[in-house]
Ligand binder design. Structure first.
Ligand SMILES: Nc1ncnc2c1ncn2[C@@H]1O[C@H](COP(=O)(O)OP(=O)(O)OP(=O)(O)O)[C@@H](O)[C@H]1O
Ligand SMILES: [Mg+2]
Length: 287
């Protein structure tokens, strides 16, 4: 099966999609008494937009397969490989983790025994970058995520707030310049004000790095604010129930999220989610 190509205006060569799922099913513990279908026949295309990239958000109830989808893109076991169907990234079938993809999780996944700077530069160290260049780049990224290279670079993760630790996690991923950034509820554990600050930070960095972002959240507000595209998922089996296009975030989170059109969009989406769930819970029903 060939990857779906997107033809940008004025460009003669078709670009392969950033991420493409074609009929992807994942069954955990297949053939055992614990067998469960996590996602079934999931297909979607996220185009690789030249010079911008897109943010796709994934919304849906617990257990609908959001993390399964993201980890299949990352090529991480045991989600990878899919039971059937194909997962492609930038036109190539995913065969495992790769430098073109970077992941940020909800849990603060920094190394406790490494300083902020050593955490941020860890991936560069693994790539064999010299100490001098990796520390220069690390300090630059510490500043770009809103931390102070002089004050914070030598701190250990336990000396940081949750928001600061997620800034470190973002710096650690982006310093490696992945084309695809995978974020699994990265702001889920933060207080509401910090969360809005982090949304602004993500939009700012995303404009700089021009990457494609796949972002999982349980917050409808966050999905609508960040998403150029929202995938609404449903359970039993996990699947994509709707794909919605939205305007790109153009104003700060606090401003946009206080506007009437934004509240309208959020309540429409909330109602849609409730309808999808009610349909999934009816015997034999689908959203
Ligand atoms: N490693 C695993 N082994 C067996 N079953 C799994 C595994 N990981 C996930 N599942 C099951 O697959 C389904 C989808 O899980 P997944 O973690 O993808 O959901 P999710 O949408 O990310 O949920 P949440 O919002 O709670 O994070 C669930 O029924 C879950 O129990
Ligand atoms: Mg999850």
């Amino acid at each position: 099966m060939s990857g779906t190509a997107v033809l940008p205006e004025g460009d003669s060569a078709p670009r392969p999609a950033a991420v493409e799922f074609s009929g992807v099913t994942k069954i955990y513990n297949e053939g055992t008494s614990r067998q469960s279908i996590a996602i079934e026949n999931v297909s979607f295309v996220i185009p690789d937009l030249a010079d911008t990239g897109e943010i796709s958000t994934f919304l849906g109830p617990s257990g609908c397969g959001k993390s399964t989808v993201l980890r299949l893109v990352a090529g991480l076991e045991p989600q990878h490989p899919p039971t059937s169907g194909t997962v492609r990234v930038l036109g190539r079938r995913v065969s495992g983790p790769g430098a073109d993809r970077g992941m940020v999780f909800q849990d603060y996944t920094s190394f406790d025994n490494r300083t902020v700077l050593d955490n941020v530069t860890f991936g560069l160290e693994c790539r064999g970058v010299s100490r001098r260049s990796r520390e220069a780049e690390g300090r630059e990224w510490i500043a770009r995520v809103g931390l102070d290279p002089r004050r914070d670079a030598g701190k250990y993760p336990h000396e940081l707030s949750g928001g600061m630790r997620q800034r470190v996690a973002i710096a650690r991923t982006l310093v490696l310049r992945p084309r695809i950034i995978l974020m699994d509820e990265p702001f889920g554990a933060l207080d509401p004000a910090t969360r809005l600050d982090m949304q602004d930070l993500l939009i700012k960095l995303w404009r700089d790095v021009e990457a494609t972002v796949l972002f999982i959240t349980h917050s409808v507000e966050e999905a609508v604010y960040l998403g150029d595209r929202v995938f609404v998922m449903a359970t039993t089996p996990g699947r994509i129930a709707a794909e919605i296009r939205l305007p790109t975030a153009s104003a700060p989170a606090r401003q946009t999220q206080s506007e009437p059109w934004f509240h309208q969009r959020v309540s429409e989406l909330q109602e849609q989610l409730e309808r999808i769930e009610a349909a999934a819970q009816r015997p034999g029903g689908r959203g």
